[in-house]
Design a protein around this ligand. Structure first.
Ligand code: FE2
Length: 179
């Protein structure tokens, strides 16, 4: 089971591709997200969710995996399905809900305006702003508040040229969270 930790470290270390439209790599973005969770004294589980929330992009980049175009947009589902064998639901659910959290928060004008251009474009592709009914449904999820926290860290974790940790710094945490 420790192989998944090695795989995660390998994928983070070898990720040279840019996060589309944001000017930093996906690995840098995810580590920044985890650093914000740490800074805000979040639980180890939420730090782990933050670190892995876009891991679906690495799963998609795996050349050995045949992925059809139509599921390409659902990176949070791909990520959750892939990682749920290895991590608890407390870690997986905020990952699974982090796109819905954006659709939920976007009901607020100020939040919507704060989104980056790339994020506004993807919001549309992800189904747009939630209706009141959908928002009520969303609040039924046990971990929805953590998904919202993750989402806010996600939005802030797009800074360029700041000092960031290495993926190896999270190795112990990842190992401790394997189920
Ligand atoms: Fe993200």
């Amino acid at each position: 089971m420790l192989n998944i930790v090695e795989e995660i470290i390998f994928n983070f270390s070898n990720n040279k591709s840019l996060y589309i439209g944001e000017g930093l790599t996906m690995a840098e973005h995810m580590i920044q997200t985890a650093m914000l969770a740490e800074k805000n004294n979040c639980s180890d589980d939420l730090i782990c969710s933050s670190l892995l929330h876009d891991y679906g992009h690495f799963v998609l980049e795996d050349p050995n995996q045949l992925v059809s175009d139509h599921i390409d947009g659902n990176h949070e589902i791909i990520c959750a399905n892939y990682l749920k064998t290895f991590f608890s639901n407390k870690i997986i659910e905020p990952i699974l809900l982090h796109v819905d959290a954006k659709k939920y928060l976007a009901r607020n004008k100020k939040y919507f305006n704060s989104l980056s251009e790339a994020s506004k474009v993807s919001l549309k592709l992800q189904g747009g702003i939630m209706s009141n009914n959908e928002a009520e449904q969303f609040e039924q999820n046990k971990n929805y508040k953590n998904a919202i926290k993750l989402r806010r860290f996600d939005e802030d974790a797009k800074k360029q040229n700041i000092k960031i940790k290495k993926i190896e710094d999270y190795k112990e945490l990842l190992i401790s969270k394997i189920i």
